[in-house]
Write a protein that binds this ligand. Structure first.
Ligand code: FES
Length: 459
């Protein structure tokens, strides 16, 4: 199913890598993070080549709702409590600066990508107090935030936390133009990385620095990101004939929805669940697209759905992205992952931090994003939950295989795949790899089709 962004954007095709080459930096992944990182490196006079398994923007960049915000759910009160004021301030400043940098870049390059500043709101039907505290916490960190009860949504709310001067844009129009500034090789699948060498199916790149910007890092060791992240799916319907709020709104209650205007359409999002758990969840909650359709009819009778699509997000144990050095054992490798639902802003934050680190510049805000930051109590709790899913998925691996040509074990580490009837895919409940009905790989960390044999693990 195509997202609304794909209908009107053509991104120029690039050649595949042919043979071996050398470059100061190899960036793996030509989504927004990879392209922006290569762009800022080039500005810092450090040439980078971007290696993409498929096409530019063919991963998660095309499935976003394209909000550029420093409002990332209920984050600031928790950050202050867990990491203290200084690190919370770094998180706020990095994201606020990212919004400003998008605007500056779009103006400087004259990129026509529907960029608009607008407020972003969190709403709740019941929980005024948490929203109030979040507004206070954000304000204390220098964000223009307030609490109130006025809301443009078609149902009553108990409270609203409003951040001013946030933004939205068309991610593929922006990406198409930015990609013109950097050297990209498409249809070039990275098979593995070793010290300063990146091996692809088209040749080898020797690089002093390697950046993993491919959504979920496919190298299990070092870094062990598979033990520190899981993936979530969420769903979007683009509606015609629905009222469009000026603000981008996100519910903080269980089953809260997301509202965001896009031209004459309204993007209604929701239905998040851990990847690979849709079947069980569906029995309880019904079809996700069906749920969005029902809510759309209830709120906006007479509207019609013109697009629908789903997104896959990497979730970290403490809810903050991993941006920085991949591992202490690989000082020349870098990673940008675990953006949660906030991929657009995190892509810009990543590009700034990684460019500073690779060029040897100081970057004070990097501490809160560091993959080596300290393990919090919340992370420890999530680790147990995440581990339980993995143990269950691995235990199921011992059950007899089903019929047909799909081997129902994941080639990443062998967990039993679950059928996702909503999307006709096979999804892994352990770390979130996905495969189509024929067993072709859709999303990693697995690196190959599941019909190629679940016995070969990628460790
Ligand atoms: Fe890790 Fe499937 S994604 S076992």
């Amino acid at each position: 199913m195509e997202s609304v962004w794909m209908k009107d954007t053509e991104i120029r095709k690039r050649e595949a890598l042919s043979g071996d080459m050398e470059a100061p930096v190899a960036v793996i992944g030509a989504g927004l993070t990879g392209i922006l990182t290569a762009y800022y490196l080039k500005k810092a006079r450090i040439p980078a080549v971007v290696l993409e398994a498929d096409r530019i923007g063919s991963g998660q960049t095309k499935n976003t709702t394209a909000k550029i915000t420093s409002q990332h759910g209920l984050v600031y009160e928790r950050l202050i409590r867990t990491f203290g004021n200084r690190m919370a301030q770094h998180y706020a400043a990095a994201n606020e600066e990212a919004i400003g940098e998008y605007e500056r870049l779009i103006r400087e390059k004259g990129i026509y990508c529907d960029f608009a500043r607008c407020p972003a709101c969190l709403y709740s039907g019941t929980d005024r107090e948490r929203l109030k505290r979040e507004a206070e916490a954000a304000k204390s960190l220098g964000i223009e935030a307030s609490f109130g009860t006025d809301c443009e949504l078609p149902f009553p709310v108990a409270g609203v936390t409003r951040f001013e001067k946030q933004a939205r844009f068309h991610p593929l129009k922006f990406l198409a133009q930015m990609a013109e500034e950097v050297e990209v090789y498409e249809q070039t699948k990275v098979l593995k990385a070793e010290n300063e060498k990146v091996e692809t199916d088209r040749g080898t790149v020797r690089a002093e620095h390697i950046v993993f910007a491919s959504h979920y890092p496919f190298m299990n060791v070092p870094g062990y990101y598979f033990a520190r992240m899981y993936q979530e799916r969420s769903y979007v319907a683009a509606l015609k004939g629905a009222e469009r709020p000026e603000s981008m709104c996100l519910g903080i209650d269980r089953d809260g929805l997301s509202f965001r205007a896009c031209g004459d359409l309204l993007l209604l999002g929701g239905g998040s669940h851990r990847t690979g758990t849709n079947q069980k969840d569906r029995a309880k909650k019904g079809c996700r697209y069906g749920m969005l359709r029902e809510r759309a009819k209830e709120f906006y009778p007479g509207c019609s759905e013109v697009f629908r699509w789903s997104a896959q997000d990497c979730m970290t144990l403490d809810g903050l992205p991993y941006i920085g050095r991949f591992s202490e054992r690989r000082p020349n490798w870098y990673v940008a992952t675990g953006f949660g639902k906030w991929g657009m802003t995190s892509a810009m934050v990543s590009a700034q931090i990684l460019t500073a680190q690779i060029s040897g510049r100081d970057c004070p805000v990097a501490d809160v994003f560091s993959p080596q930051r300290r393990f919090t109590a919340r992370a420890a709790m999530e680790f147990m939950v995440h581990g339980a899913h993995t143990v269950k998925g691995l235990a199921k691996h011992l059950l007899p295989a089903g019929d047909g040509k799909i081997i129902p074990n994941c080639p990443h580490m062998g967990c039993r795949l679950e059928k996702n009837p909503e999307e006709g895919t096979y999804d892994c409940p352990c770390h979130g790899s996905r495969f189509d009905a024929e067993g072709h790989l859709i999303d990693g960390p697995a690196q190959r089709d599941c019909s190629e044999g679940a016995k070969n693990r990628s460790l």
